[in-house]
Design a protein around this ligand. Structure first.
Ligand SMILES: *Cc1c(COP(=O)(O)O)cnc(C)c1O
Length: 464
């Protein structure tokens, strides 16, 4: 196989990039000044940049490259599908083999009676679908006033108007506003917000905010509650053990729909096929994307339970869809990705090998002078950075500054580990081996040591 290795020098690529490419979630002025890191190749868990650095990817791209980079099988399937049927739509009573096969496969893998898939091009689009699907569902049921979605502060559901509004990130709402009929309750983030409560008592309290909100709005107005089984972009926040059982009780009691946004937690990330299985949640709808194709192709969707799907049958057209709903090349690649996950036992690898091995080392970081909390479920983990472990204190510096400095040390040590505020997060490819975990952890510890030394030297290891 020939690799595409000929490219302009890094500085020229960076200049062109800054001149013409508007980046997501980026200040393009800052980007122009610093120069973007240019990735050129990847294989397994390893990235190569335009200067030839070998970087271990502790984030699986953006939480998506679950089977690792550079699998020939997916390239071959894409090429074959492009030659056979590169595109056809799924509107107007037409379909094609890849969409059929992928929908059937997802229905087989998804728990309970989640047996129907509405395809989208991404997680954001799938959540936009969910808004329209759920409101239309209640219309058909004769409850058009049930329109309000309850979601959570610091949740992430994408960045379209619908997805961004469902999400609870105020810095996203600040750019473009919020669509109507969406309200946010508190998140189960004990470390930052639990005060003197035990995690268990706090988890229960935060779940009961859902009940209070339903009663405040009137159950006749509430359509659904949407949440990620584990908040990813919010900082890998794993709810206390009391949280999800109480949420499930409330959802059942009031008969509102539960949407599990499994865009990150789906397809093995938590050591089961779906995060809902890990946390014993019974959603009516699941949002999927990212790991569905391991990021090789853009594809997402909503997995819908029998009762909702059957309600739509015979009720006239559902006036919604995307040109690329069930795109044949994306669907074929996703199907091959799922075959690999299943046949190579990658979910079992996470559960029985990679998680236990990583957990031991990850939790050992609790002895580091600036780590106040270590969290890990499957292969998604977080560290809370703090100047005082006992009080879980925040840093005196602007929120996120210490996290940013720590991420810069990671990058310098050829490790991709992200920061969310002053939390460090990882979500490596699910195929990561124990040897690669050793490399990841050695670089993580070194980066934490350097960041800590730098903070001390700059007088920044100080509580607010
Ligand atoms: C990434 C993400 C999305 C949005 O998916 P896109 O493909 O970026 O539109 C939605 N929900 C969750 C939980 C995510 O992590």
């Amino acid at each position: 196989m020939n690799m595409i290795t000929n490219h302009l020098p890094t500085a020229e690529l960076q200049a062109l990039d800054a001149a013409h490419h508007m980046h997501p979630f980026t200040d393009n002025g800052e980007l122009a000044a610093r120069g973007a890191r240019v990735m050129t190749q990847a294989k397994g868990v390893w990235l190569t940049d335009s200067d030839g650095n070998k970087i271990i990817d502790g984030m699986a791209g953006l939480w998506c490259v679950n089977i690792g980079y550079g699998r020939d099988e997916l390239a071959d399937v894409a090429a074959r599908q492009i030659k056979e049927l590169c595109y056809y739509n799924t509107f107007f009573m037409t379909t094609h083999v890849p969409a059929i096969a992928l929908a059937a496969k997802i229905a087989e893998l998804a728990p309970g009676d989640l047996n129907h898939v509405f395809f989208a091009g991404s997680g954001s689009e799938a959540n936009d679908t969910n808004i329209r699907l759920v409101r239309r569902y209640w219309d058909i049921k004769g409850h058009p006033e049930k329109r309000v979605f309850i979601s959570r502060k610091n949740g992430y559901h994408g960045s379209t108007m619908g997805g961004g509004s469902l999400g609870g990130m105020t810095y996203i709402h600040a750019h473009g506003g919020l669509i109507d009929g969406i309200v946010h309750i508190g998140q189960p983030h004990w470390y930052a917000e639990g005060g003197d409560m035990t995690p268990e008592a706090f988890g229960l309290m935060r779940a009961q905010e859902l009940e209070a909100k339903i009663l405040e709005l009137g159950v006749e107005n509430v359509a659904a509650f949407i949440a990620e089984p584990v908040q990813g972009a919010g900082g890998v926040i794993i709810a206390p053990s009391t949280y999800w059982p109480e949420i499930q009780r409330i959802v059942d009691k009031y008969g509102i729909l539960l949407i599990a946004d499994e865009v990150i937690t789906g397809f093995g990330r938590t050591g089961n096929w779906f995060g809902s299985e890990t946390f014993n949640i019974r959603p009516h709808i699941m949002t999927i994307a990212k790991g569905l194709s391991s990021g090789y192709m853009p594809i997402g969707g909503s997995i819908v339970c029998d009762e909702i799907a059957h309600t739509f049958e015979g009720s006239g057209d559902f006036n919604h869809g995307y040109t690329y709903s069930g795109h044949p090349v994306a669907a074929a690649v996703a199907l091959e990705n799922l075959r690999i996950i299943q046949e190579e036992g990658i979910v079992e690898h996470v559960r029985n090998v990679a998680h236990p091995y990583l957990a031991e080392q990850w939790h050992s970081l609790a002895d580091h002078p600036m780590v106040g909390e270590t969290k890990l479920v499957g292969l998604m983990g977080s560290l809370a950075l703090t100047p005082n472990k006992e009080t879980r204190a925040k840093f005196k510096s602007e929120a996120g500054k210490v996290g940013f400095r720590t991420r810069e040390r990671c990058f310098a040590n050829n490790l991709v580990m992200r920061h969310v505020g002053d939390r460090m997060i990882i979500s490596p490819p699910l195929v990561i081996t124990t040897d690669e975990i050793d490399v990841l952890m050695a670089r993580a510890r070194k980066s934490l040591d350097e960041s800590y030394a730098g903070l001390k030297a700059d007088g920044m290891f100080v509580a607010a």
